[in-house]
Design a binder for this molecule. Structure first.
Ligand SMILES: Cc1ncc(COP(=O)(O)O)c(C=O)c1O
Length: 442
């Protein structure tokens, strides 16, 4: 319970106002000051197996109702901790894992609609004001959210410019092609910053109504100057579409300030939930403006999904029920940690990694000042004993999973530091990385 000084003063005043109160539970004082107008906020968490034991009846409940539930979960609680240093799905907390185990429920029940609505509102609130922005959710991966966004918002007479400086920008262009949109590609280096002057020149042709870009290119760890890009696009009257799959909740952001109209992400990266919910945070006015665009994809249509949910509190098609329970828990944990502190924790892990990389004399693909602090692409060492599989298998023995990264003819291995990982764990991984590199003679 977090109590402000003014609230505490009121609770104390209430306690002192009644001489007959010798012992008073603080909850009772809180209730009293709440009745007298102090705002008190509560998260009602119904699914934890825990109870307070103050008297015999509570002990009885603990023994007969709560303890059996804990026993039931014992199998689950013995899961080995795996630290995923691949760029998602990211490592989750045990509480997020256990949150999936729930009674079966028909997702058409009001109760589940309320849970989804709560999730949508909270997802919006991590990146934007809920009065101007809204979140549209689908049962899908991050690419599904990207596809929903790209195929739903560009009108037939519109023209899209896609910035391609890595696999995910390239994927946005592929989606545009599949849906036969009018579009062009602005190509840029995969490891050097975008030339904003060159981009401005292209935009100033006024040929384009929409711009699509990736916030953080997970391929390399290159962070794009998304605020500058989108503000520039807005100055030319364009609508902006951003894949923030690997940036959302790992970097503090405000979509309005950045000039982002549509932003896609997923439940399994920095929000630290399970894979299965893809979502698009939309500027409400920009979303409303898409309502007459002919539907290009039956399942992944933003306007249809939004409207149906507004009316019914249901998704049009079956949602991933257990993933939503995990997402609810992940959201609570994100609120408790805050996005700012999460970004600091990620950066603390990244600093440890970069320190080790430098000590080992390894080279990074992207200059430090252009990196996201979320994933690092490291050039493979030119030592005969090195193989990605060797490093992967060695790390896996110690419960660390790493990921390769091929960029044309440049071979890298990539270390992500997103998800529920702590600096001590990154330190331990760096110890193992050093051990492996020494073993091959580096
Ligand atoms: C920037 C970006 N966009 C899209 C995706 C695709 O997400 P998914 O694999 O969940 O479809 C990823 C996955 O890593 C990503 O990093």
């Amino acid at each position: 319970t977090r109590i402000s000084k003014s609230c505490l003063d009121k609770m104390m005043a209430y306690y002192k106002s009644d001489k007959s109160l010798i012992k008073l539970d603080y909850e009772s004082a809180l209730k009293q000051v709440s009745i007298s107008g102090e705002p008190v906020f509560v998260h009602k968490v119904e699914y934890y197996a825990w109870t307070e034991i103050d008297d015999e009846s509570m002990l009885d409940r603990a023994l007969n109702q709560i303890y059996p539930r804990i026993k039931e979960n014992e199998e689950l609680q013995n899961i080995r901790r795996e630290v995923l240093l691949n760029p998602g799905p990211a490592t989750t907390t045990d509480s997020v894992k256990y949150a999936q185990v729930q009674s079966d429920i028909c997702p058409r029940e009001l109760e589940f609609g309320g849970l989804m609505e709560w999730c949508a509102e909270k997802l919006t609130s991590f990146a934007a004001g809920t009065d101007e922005y809204t979140t549209v959710m689908f049962g899908c991966s991050g690419t599904g959210a990207d596809e929903a966004m790209v195929c739903s918002v560009v009108p037939e007479d519109g023209r899209l410019l896609v910035i391609d400086n890595g696999s995910y920008g390239n994927r946005l262009a592929k989606i545009a092609k599949v849906h036969k949109l009018n579009f062009d590609v602005f190509e840029s280096s995969t490891y050097e910053p975008i030339d904003l002057k060159a981009l401005e020149k292209v935009l100033s042709s006024k040929k384009y109504t929409h711009l699509a870009a990736v916030y953080h290119e997970t391929t390399t760890g290159l962070l794009n100057p998304i605020g500058e890009i989108c503000t520039m696009a807005h100055s030319f009257g364009m609508t902006t579409i951003v894949d923030a799959v690997s940036a959302y909740c790992g970097i503090p952001m405000d979509l309005k300030t950045l000039g982002i109209d549509f932003m896609a992400s997923t439940s399994n990266k920095n929000i630290q939930g399970m894979a299965g919910v893809g979502f698009v945070i939309c500027n409400k006015k920009a979303l409303e403006a898409t309502k007459d665009i002919p539907i290009r994809n039956y399942y992944l249509n933003l306007w249809d999904q939004y409207q149906y949910f507004q009316k019914t509190k249901q998704t049009r098609f079956t949602p991933p029920v257990q993933t939503f329970y995990a997402l609810r828990q992940a959201i609570i944990e994100t609120e408790v940690e805050t996005v700012e502190k999460r970004a600091e924790r990620y950066t603390a892990c990244w600093n440890i990694l970069v320190d080790t990389v430098k000590k080992l004399g390894l080279k990074m693909l992207v200059k430090e000042e252009n990196q996201s602090h979320l994933i690092t692409a490291i050039l493979e060492p030119d030592v005969p004993g090195y193989s990605f599989e060797g490093l992967h298998d060695f790390a896996k023995e110690y419960a660390f999973t790493i990921y390769p990264g091929k960029l044309g003819n440049i071979n890298t291995f990539r270390i992500a530091n997103i998800g529920d990982i702590q600096p001590e764990e990154m330190q331990r991984f760096c110890g193992k990385l050093t051990e492996y590199m020494k073993s091959i003679g580096l």
